[in-house]
Design a protein around this ligand. Sequence first.
Ligand code: NAD
Length: 356
Amino acid sequence: MTTFTYDALPGRVVFGFGAVAELPAEIDAFDAQRILLIAGASELELARALCAPFADRIMTTFSGIRPHVPIEVADSAREAAADADLLLCVGGGSTTGTAKAVALTTGLPIIAVPTTYAGSEVTPVWGLTQGSRKTTGTNSVVLPRTVIYDPDLTLTLPASLSVASGLNAMAHCVEAFWAPRRNPVSSAVAADGIRHLAAGLPAIAADPGDGTARADLLLGAYLAGSAFAVAGSGLHHKICHVLGGAFDLPHAETHAIVLPYVLALNAPNAPEAASRIASALGHENPVQGLHELGTKLGVPEGLRALGLSESDPETVIDDILALAPADNPTPVTRDGLKNLLRAAWAGTAPTREEAA
Ligand code: NAD
């Protein structure tokens, strides 16, 4: 018999083409009169247009968004929130992250209107950066109460950013199968997320104006964020976190390169996950399916293409081993990790045998 614990997360989601027309009604549901609008400079025009029907209730606008929410940005946004009764954020993960930083200290509710495929809007995870050090934490107060997903708002996101963001979502879905708080619900959500991402990603790379593909990717991103929020992260995220921090690697590319190799390591000892991932990818071999998808999308061939030297990965093996989850489907050994990193560095086709 399957036994599990599942903490379902609250939140209202309004999804669909034109869904953003529901924003005034969603604002009314909070009876908000003093709204802090949070949107980056490049999304400001869009955000102001969306707020036109209730412009008199926008108390202040904060647009000083920066990646990874530096603490100074959080402080300024918190000051701007004095006397506000609702936070409305329009933008990508950095913008949602800024709203979360404000909610963390003020307890104000958030309505989120995402314009990328980050998925942060459905997680209770916040992140703040002081100098070069990023701290993350989990607090239900930062979980947006309402999320409005409108694929039309993502049409302007360039193909390269869309692919990077979508592949990041793919990593959340794949890893959800062996992450610490996995359960049948998060796995079902993750499998469907993979299906939508695998359909949307190549279509957007071919034609960024493909609305159906945008909807697939946005739904996939929502499902990925939901799976990650419940299941958490595992070995893959630990490897990328250590590599990214040690060698200042680009986040999305590192995830995209490493993911098939972690799947190759785990697949032999997680056959049900492997079979569900394969079926969601529409490929008989999940590892190959993921690798081929990455190649089709122009993912760099191996970590060496990101400027890493051959000996670099070995220098962080101890750091990864210290963080590796004890219940990873394939026990993480020094040799296993060394093989995985060597293959991921070279960009050779990942195979299940690498688990040996
Ligand atoms: P981002 O928010 O930094 O946006 C990237 C760029 O895209 C920005 O220049 C932005 O102005 C632009 N942009 C946004 N929407 C656009 C649109 N529709 N058209 C054209 N340009 C647009 O990047 P992101 O990938 O959305 O988010 C990344 C951040 O989110 C990271 O800091 C990551 O750690 C965080 N994140 C957090 C969680 C969580 O659960 N806390 C989950 C996923 C990601």
